[in-house]
Design a protein around this ligand. Structure first.
Ligand SMILES: *Cc1c(COP(=O)(O)O)cnc(C)c1O
Length: 404
């Protein structure tokens, strides 16, 4: 590492809160699936900023939309109308078949907004006694970092010493429809769940789970809230992961790739009257729905569809998964994935996944460990067959070594 890189790392360590432990690479430029560090080394980005950069780094059309809009108008607040919001609503609703849209900024804000909305729906439409609404969530969930959300996390690091937390959440195992049925009470307003648990290590529920979940929610007048902040917008090879089981959520949460990584943009989409219970003054955000965000999101969604990225995620995801499965290595316990949301789980004896990620860096691949023994792989959806094949060679080289 050059002295200037060492200086940057030291300055970060000195002034920054140490709430992250990044791999020791300082990135300065990105284009498509590639990123470059300050020393000119090139890497294939197999994290895509946790799927926010699905359209590839610095996509030229999203960039052009952002620059054009930034020259004209960036922020009005919702005290006034702007000429981008209606178009954003119209296009996202048409694409996803939603009836109502609530624009926010971060993913966590979309989750918080959904929680507020389903509670309000519960009191005003379902008739739950005031203050009694219950929301069911899953063990090992990841929905963001606000106080409301970490209060129903089951991860000790995520919750530790941040309490007291808000009541009103029940936790059940993921992938277990019988547990959902048993947890529903007359006061249950919603089931909040990820279609595939990303942070937990790309955990795919058993086939048929979401069909049963949908039936249980419908039968009990419980809103099914799918957090598609990571799985949505093509990541799993479909526009929304719910389409793998042919179901429709009542409330869908989008974020991350909604802006192609240019800007924080999230949204709550609803198929029914959940968002309809919100009246003026009851919820809001200074930046939510601003014209810059809307212009960026419109371009991000447009290129995703027009450039065939969703289909490419299905094709290249299948190729990547097969390539990883074909690697013969004693270190590998399991390989799983759907579309370009993939993971290699290592045997505990093989050593920590982080060591493998650091070794992959030396081979020109940036990937991220999760939960000690899992390497998650989520390249931009614009990856080509040749790039997938090259990546698999690098994974094979590293996974056949022992870093225990
Ligand atoms: C990233 C993520 C969030 C939180 O999004 P932020 O923009 O980081 O607040 C919520 N849910 C899921 C499933 C995510 O992957």
């Amino acid at each position: 590492m050059s002295s200037s890189v060492i200086d940057l790392l030291a300055t970060e360590a000195r002034f920054g809160a140490h709430n992250y432990q990044p791999i020791g690479v300082v990135l300065t430029r990105g284009e498509g699936v590639w990123v470059w560090d300050t020393e000119g080394n090139r890497y294939l980005d197999c994290l895509s900023a946790y799927s926010a950069v699905s359209q590839g780094h610095c996509h030229p059309k999203i960039l052009a939309a952002m620059v054009e809009q930034a020259h004209r108008l960036t922020l009005t607040s919702r005290a006034f109308h702007n000429d981008q919001l209606a178009l954003f609503y119209e296009e996202i609703a048409a694409l996803t078949g939603s009836h109502k849209v609530l624009p926010m900024n971060s993913g966590a804000e979309a989750v918080e907004s959904a929680i507020k909305s389903v509670r309000k729906w519960g009191y005003e439409v379902k008739g739950v006694p005031d203050g009694q609404a219950e929301i069911i969530v899953c063990a090992d969930n990841f929905h963001g970092r606000t106080l409301g959300i970490v209060g129903f996390s089951t991860d000790a690091e995520t919750r530790g010493h941040f309490g007291p937390f808000a009541p009103g959440f029940r936790i059940i195992p993921f992938g277990d429809a019988a547990a959902l049925e048993a947890a529903i009470t007359p006061n249950t307003v919603a089931f909040l769940v990820e279609p595939i648990q990303g942070e937990a290590g790309v955990i795919i529920p058993p086939a048929g789970y979401f069909t049963e979940v949908r039936e249980l929610c419908t039968a009990n007048n419980v809103m099914l809230v799918l957090d598609e902040i990571q799985t949505g917008l093509g990541r799993t090879g479909k526009l929304l992961a719910e389409q793998h089981e042919g179901i429709e959520a009542d409330v869908t949460l989008l974020g991350k790739a909604l802006s192609g990584g240019f800007y924080p943009v999230s949204a709550v989409l609803s198929n029914n009257d959940v968002l309809g219970t919100l009246r003026p003054g009851q919820h809001g955000s200074t930046f939510g729905g601003n014209p810059l965000a809307c212009a960026v999101a419109r371009a991000a969604v447009r290129v995703l569809v027009e450039e065939g990225m969703i289909e490419n995620a299905a094709t290249q995801g299948a190729r990547f998964l097969q390539g990883l499965k074909d690697i013969r290595a004693n270190t590998i316990r399991d390989v799983r994935g759907r579309g370009l949301m993939l993971a290699v789980e290592l045997h505990p004896e093989a050593g920590r996944a982080r060591r493998y990620c650091e070794a992959l860096q030396g081979k020109g691949i940036l990937a991220k460990d999760t939960h000690e023994h899992t390497i998650r792989i989520a390249p931009p959806l614009v990856i080509t067959s040749d790039q997938v094949d090259w990546a698999i060679e690098q994974f094979a080289t590293i996974l056949t070594q022992d870093f225990s």
